[in-house]
Design a protein around this ligand. Structure first.
Ligand SMILES: N[C@@H](CCC(=O)N[C@@H](CS)C(=O)NCC(=O)O)C(=O)O
Length: 231
């Protein structure tokens, strides 16, 4: 997709979800170990879960499962019994869940104040607007593109409602590159540490421990991922 259309449709996707995943809400206890999510960017149900993770300021190890992806899809079937996304693992409680609404209820009960925000709780409205958001992206972040496997997961600082972060996450997804997602939505207490580390408050910010690369700018991130991992 040409860059202006890419940015405009990603912006439209955030607007269609009324900015869900833009800011942090009331947070509760913090997990000791990061949660693990099998999802794909173009999946409307997965989006709702990622929005919840942004609102709850939770980091998560993302194992992308684009259609046709050879690596993580079989893992989901092995662990959970079926190829359905999202699939969340919480290693802290030994919890493994399918079904976006169940995952969202679990997350707010365990790591929030128990109350699911209206934008995520109104199931028909949330599902329909999330489907429209996926449609606005014309299939980005849905299908696997052949790629090399990184030795270690990459790291991305991001939040769900950011149009530029979405563009970077879609590339990671299509290339089936696992990454530790640091959610730093507005109001995140993690922002201060991030600025100390990265030098300024701007996302997406990618760190690749396999090569030592570190960068801002979604266009640069996409170009880097293509050059380094696309096969
Ligand atoms: N009710 C489920 C629906 C999940 C669902 O239909 N996910 C689709 C992707 S959007 C899926 O897993 N499709 C199988 C595939 O992609 O192979 C939920 O809310 O989590």
């Amino acid at each position: 997709m040409i860059r202006p259309l890419d940015v405009a449709t990603s912006f439209a996707a955030s607007v269609l979800r009324l900015g869900a995943g833009m800011g942090v809400g009331t947070v509760g206890p913090r997990p000791e170990r990061p949660l693990e999510l099998y999802d794909f960017e173009g999946c409307p149900y997965c989006r709702k879960v990622r929005e919840a993770l942004s609102v709850l300021d939770l980091d998560v190890l993302v194992r992308p499962c684009p259609k046709g992806g050879p690596r993580f899809r079989p893992e989901v079937t092995r662990r959970g019994g079926k190829e359905q996304f999202p699939f969340l693992i919480d290693p802290n409680g030994g919890v493994e869940l399918y079904e976006s609404d169940e995952i969202i209820r679990y997350l707010f009960a365990t790591y929030g104040d128990g109350r699911v925000p209206l934008g995520l709780g109104l199931w028909l409205v949330a599902d329909v607007t999330s489907m429209l958001a996926s449609a606005a992206r014309f299939g980005s972040g849905v299908r696997y593109r052949k790629a090399k496997e990184p030795r270690a997961p990459l790291e991305l600082w991001s939040f769900e409602a950011s149009p530029f972060c979405r563009i970077a996450r879609e590339a990671l997804c299509e290339l089936e590159l696992p990454y530790l997602l640091h959610n730093v939505a507005a109001g995140s207490p993690k922002r201060e540490a991030f600025v100390r580390r990265a030098g300024k408050m701007q996302v997406p910010y990618l760190v690749d421990p396999n090569t030592g690369a570190k960068m801002f700018e979604s266009a640069d991130i996409i170009a880097y991922l293509e050059e380094t991992y696309a096969a």
